[in-house]
Design a protein around this ligand. Structure first.
Ligand code: ARG
Length: 588
C-alpha cells in the first residue's frame, strides 16, 4: 500500500513542485507516525520544499493538502499539523482494496525488485580442527538470515563459507595427528570416531603449547607447512581427511540449526592458495607496495596508529608467507571477477572491524576489484554474555559448545510443550520441542540489534510471552487451530476482506508492511527489524482475535473476511519465520 501511495503522491505533487522549479520529486517519502492519532501516514514534503521554493511551509502544506484531499478514494481525511506536516487518514475502502490485491499474490512477500544485485554472503566461516562455539553461532545464524532475505527479494545470492583451512595452524594439526590417523587406519577404526573434532582441537592446542616451549617442534611444524604449501601429496591427503572429519561435525550443527550451508558453499582459505602471489603482484603494479621490515605493506592515509604513525596493511610477511588479509584480498578479487559480485557482505564479530575497514580500503586502492563499484559491507555483531554479564563460558571457564546448548534448549522446550499440550503424541512433542528449542536460540539472537552484546537466558528465550520465537510460533499454531476446528484449509482459503472494527483495520495495515520490513533488513543487514515486525504483527493479531470473534460471528461476510485476515496473518508469520530460518509448527 505504501508503494502505491507514494506513487500517487509523486504523480499529484509533481505539478506543484515543477511550478517551484523542481522537476524531480522522487525524494519525497511518507512516514508512519508513531501515534495513530496523527494519521496512517504523514508527509513532510512541504518542509522539504520550503527552502528551494522560498515559500513558508504552512502555505505549501495548504496547497499540497488541497490536492491530496481531492483523492477521495484514497483518503478519508487530510490534515495539516505543526509547522507543515500533512497527516493522511486512508479510507477503509482503499485498505480493503489494497489487501485484497495483496492477498491474491502467490507469495505474501510479493517483491518487485527493480535492480537485482548479485550478492556474496560470507558467513559462518569456521576454522578447521576447532569446535564451533557460541561465538560462531551469531555469524552462522545472522548470515543465514541475511542470505535468505536478500535472495527472497530476488537478488542472486552466493553463499561462501570462508573456512580457516590453510596455513600454519593446519600444518600443526597435521604434524600432531599424523600418527593417530595412521593408527586408526591400520586398525580400521573410522576416522570420525578415532579423531573426533574434540580430539583434533586438543592436538592443535598441544601443538601450540609445544611450539612455544620447544623450538625443534616449531621448526618441524614450519617444515610441514612448507611441504603442505608445495603440495606434498601425503600431507595434502592428511589435510583433506582432517578437514572432512572436522566439517562433518559442523554440518551436524548446521542441519540442527536448519542453516542452508552445504559443501558446495565451502570456499576456504585453501581455495585461494594459488592466487596469493598473483594478487600481491597485481597490487604491486599500482606501485603502492612498500617494503617495511622485510614485509610487503600498503600504507593508506586513513589508517594511523594511536600515536599518529602510519599503520601498515601487510600483504606479504617478511618470510614470504601470506596472512589473513592476503587471503581476503585474493577472495575479494575472485568474488568480483569470477563470481560477478556486485555486493559482498561479511558477517563476523565486531573485533574484526578494523580488518575489514583495511581490507575494503586496500582492495579499492590497489585496483584489484573487477568491479570497482562493488559494495563491500562488514556486518559486525556483539558478544553473547552469560547471566553474570561476562562472555558466555561454562563453569570451568571453557567456551560453551553449541551442540550442548542446542540440546539443552530442546530439552527445556519439551517441558514447555508437555505442559501446554499434554495430549500431543510423544513423537509430535519431540518434533515440536526441536522446532521451539532451536527457534528460541536463533530468535533470541536475531531479535537483538546485532551490534549489541546480549545476555543468554534460557528462561527468557523460551517464554511464551514477549518478543520470543515461541510467542510467534504459538500465534501461528493458534491460527492453524482456528482453521482446523472449522474444518477449513488455512492455506487455500480466500475471501474478500472488509473492515467492521478498528482491530481489523490495524491488522490489515500491519499485514501490508511485511515487504517494507524485509526490504529494510536487506538494506541495513539487521534481522531484528523483521523480528520486531513479526512481534508487532502477532500482538496486533492477538488484539484482533480478542475483539473480533471469527467462527461465532453471525454476519457471514464479516466471518469470511475475518477468516481471510487470519489466514493471511498465518501466511505472513510463516513466511517471516521461514526467512529467519525458524520453523512454524501447526500445533504446539
Ligand atoms: N575464519 C575466520 C574466523 O574464525 C572468519 C572468516 C571471515 N571471513 C572472511 N572473509 N575473513 O575468525
Amino acid at each position: 500500500m505504501k508503494k502505491q501511495l507514494i506513487k500517487l503522491i509523486h504523480r499529484r505533487l509533481a505539478p506543484i513542485f515543477s511550478r517551484y522549479g523542481i522537476e524531480d520529486c522522487s525524494f519525497i517519502d511518507v512516514q508512519v507516525p508513531p501515534d495513530k492519532a496523527n494519521g496512517d501516514f504523514s508527509l513532510n514534503a512541504a518542509m522539504k520544499l520550503s527552502k528551494a521554493a522560498k515559500c513558508p511551509p504552512r502555505q505549501l502544506a495548504e496547497e499540497i493538502s488541497t490536492i491530496l484531499a481531492e483523492e477521495k478514494d484514497w483518503f478519508s481525511r487530510v490534515e495539516i499539523a505543526g509547522p507543515g506536516f500533512i497527516n493522511m487518514y486512508v479510507a477503509d475502502g482503499m485498505i480493503e482494496k489494497c489487501l485484497n490485491e495483496h492477498a491474491s499474490s502467490t507469495d505474501v512477500l510479493a517483491s518487485d525488485l527493480q535492480n537485482p544485485e548479485k550478492t556474496v554472503v560470507d558467513y559462518s566461516s569456521v576454522n578447521i580442527a576447532k569446535q564451533m562455539h557460541v561465538g560462531h553461532l551469531r555469524s552462522t545464524i545472522i548470515g543465514d538470515v541475511l542470505a535468505r532475505v536478500i535472495e527472497a527479494l530476488g537478488n542472486p545470492v552466493v553463499r561462501q563459507n570462508h573456512l580457516g583451512d590453510w596455513g600454519l595452524p593446519m600444518a600443526m594439526v597435521i604434524y600432531k595427528a599424523e600418527s593417530e590417523v595412521a593408527n586408526a587406519e591400520r586398525s580400521g577404526v573410522p576416522l570420525e570416531e578415532a579423531l573426533p573434532l574434540a580430539r583434533l582441537e586438543e592436538l592443535y592446542k598441544a601443538a601450540t603449547a609445544e611450539c612455544k616451549e620447544n623450538p625443534a617442534v616449531a621448526d618441524a611444524c614450519h617444515e610441514y607447512l612448507v611441504r603442505l604449501q608445495q603440495g606434498d601429496q601425503g600431507l595434502i591427503d592428511l589435510w583433506h581427511k582432517i578437514t572432512r572429519v572436522s566439517m562433518a561435525e559442523v554440518y551436524r550443527i548446521y542441519r540442527q540449526l536448519d542453516v542452508k550451508l552445504t559443501e558446495e558453499h565451502e570456499c576456504g582459505e585453501s581455495f585461494y592458495r594459488d592466487m596469493l602471489a598473483e594478487t600481491v603482484a597485481e597490487i604491486r603494479k599500482t606501485g603502492s607496495l612498500v617494503e617495511s621490515d622485510g614485509a610487503q605493506c600498503l600504507f593508506l592515509d586513513e589508517f594511523k596508529s594511536k600515536e599518529g604513525n602510519p599503520l601498515p596493511i601487510i600483504v606479504q610477511k617478511s618470510d614470504g608467507g601470506y596472512n589473513y588479509a592476503t587471503f581476503d584480498l585474493a577472495a575479494v578479487r575472485y568474488r568480483t571477477a569470477k563470481l560477478g559480485a556486485e555486493r559482498i557482505v561479511y558477517v563476523t564479530d565486531a573485533r574484526q572491524a578494523l580488518h575489514f575497514k583495511q581490507l575494503f580500503a586496500a582492495a579499492r586502492a590497489s585496483g584489484i576489484l573487477a568491479r570497482p563499484d562493488v559494495k563491500l559491507e562488514h556486518v559486525p555483531f556483539g558478544t553473547i554474555l552469560g547471566e553474570d554479564g561476562k562472555p558466555l563460558k561454562t563453569r570451568s571457564g571453557e567456551n560453551v559448545k553449541l551442540a550442548e546448548l542446542l540440546s539443552e534448549a530442546v530439552e527445556k522446550a519439551y517441558s514447555v510443550v508437555n505442559e501446554k499440550n499434554p495430549a500431543l503424541s510423544e513423537d509430535r512433542k519431540r518434533e515440536v520441542a526441536q522446532m521451539i528449542g532451536v527457534g528460541a536460540i536463533k530468535y533470541a539472537d536475531l531479535s537483538q540489534n546485532r551490534n549489541n552484546d546480549y545476555v543468554f537466558s534460557f528462561d527468557r528465550m523460551l517464554a511464551l510471552n514477549g518478543n520470543t520465537a515461541p510467542y510467534l510460533q504459538y500465534a501461528h499454531a493458534r491460527i492453524c487451530s482456528i482453521f482446523r476446528r472449522a474444518g477449513i484449509d488455512a492455506d487455500t482459503f480466500q475471501a474478500p476482506v472488509c473492515i467492521s472494527q478498528v482491530e481489523e483495520r490495524d491488522l490489515m495495515i500491519r499485514l501490508m508492511e511485511f515487504g517494507q520490513a524485509v526490504v529494510a533488513v536487506a538494506a541495513d543487514l539487521r534481522p531484528h527489524i523483521l523480528c520486531n515486525y513479526l512481534y508487532e504483527l502477532a500482538t496486533c493479531f492477538s488484539s484482533f482475535y480478542d475483539k473480533c470473534p471469527v467462527m461465532s460471528c453471525e454476519d457471514e461476510k464479516i466471518k469470511a473476511s475475518r477468516l481471510a485476515i487470519a489466514g493471511f496473518t498465518r501466511k505472513t508469520l510463516a513466511r517471516g519465520l521461514d526467512l529467519l530460518g525458524i520453523a512454524a509448527p501447526r500445533e504446539m
